[in-house]
Design a protein around this ligand. Structure first.
Ligand SMILES: [Zn+2]
Length: 282
């Protein structure tokens, strides 16, 4: 367990890195981590992360009550507290406003796609939480089901939250998320993206959860069909639907990885749907 002194130094270093790596600007974003006694060290409300010093750090308890430090804790603390409540394994959280990843949410394009093998391996898919006003309990509550199963989550028109076993871990996930958005946007501008074949995505995710860990609920699914990937990824040839939830259009078929007779069933349902639609048009 790292000392409070070391954790304070890390908070300063990673706040500066968030700014230097263009993951936030001005007074955006906030960071927090769990102290050895279980209290939470967080950034002060309204401070510049690129200029952050030890004076801008505040200690609060698990209910959000300020215990030590100058000024107020970040106004988005409810979000951090909800994450720590849902994920006892989480020891640090970074919330930033990575510009390319946010642009994906504004364009209603999903980052919950299996495109880059390394990302599927280490992070899985990145879902987007529907819009809620920043700093509210509504946003904190909306995040809960997502962070239970994911270490990196996007919030519509707002930013990203990444959870880690350390500040370095949470920061790496944030960088990976923004890097993925950059590569995906570049590929789209060059003509389109090719998603990983579903079998490969499933094998990579299963391997990654066992090798690198992840949310306990996801690790528990490492050996189940499709691991923790969205079901929609597993019945189409790559998850090509760019809706903000990253789920393919409903087919009326709820299935995990479909093979053999199951696949015939899907074909039959699709064919029936197509024939019914054609009849309707005639
Ligand atoms: Zn924010």
């Amino acid at each position: 367990m790292k000392s409070e002194r070391t954790l304070r130094e890390e908070m300063i270093r990673f706040s500066h890195l968030c700014y230097e790596r263009h993951l936030l600007v001005a007074m955006d974003g906030n960071l927090s981590c769990v102290l050895p006694n279980g209290d939470i060290l967080c950034t002060q409300a309204g401070c510049h992360k690129g200029l952050l010093t030890d004076e801008h750090l505040v200690v609060i308890d698990r209910q959000g009550k300020k215990l030590r430090g100058r000024g107020n804790p970040t106004s988005e603390m409810a979000m951090h507290l909800a994450c720590y409540q849902e994920r006892p394994d989480c020891k640090a959280i970074v919330h930033a406003h990575p510009p390319l990843a946010i642009a994906f949410t504004i364009a209603d394009q999903s980052l919950a796609q299996c495109v880059l093998p390394e990302v599927v391996l280490t992070l899985g898919t990145v879902p987007t939480v529907a819009y809620e006003t920043t700093g509210t309990k509504g946003l904190a509550d909306a995040l809960r089901p997502y962070v239970r199963n994911h270490d990196a989550v996007l919030m519509d028109r707002h930013g990203a939250v990444t959870l880690g076993t350390s500040l370095l871990d949470a920061f790496c996930k944030l960088e990976t998320l923004e890097h993925t958005a950059k590569i995906t946007a570049t590929a789209r501008s060059l003509g389109g993206i090719k998603t990983l074949p579903p079998d490969e995505a499933v094998a990579l995710r299963s391997m990654g959860l066992k090798r690198y860990g992840g949310p306990p609920s996801a690790v528990a699914k490492a050996d189940s069909p499709g691991a923790d990937l969205p079901q929609a990824c597993l019945i189409c040839d790559g998850c090509s639907d760019p809706s903000h939830k990253g789920l393919a259009a409903p087919t009326g078929v709820s299935a995990v990885r479909v093979k053999g007779p199951g696949l015939d069933q899907v074909r039959k349902v699709v064919m029936e749907e197509v024939l019914a639609a054609l009849k309707g048009e005639a």
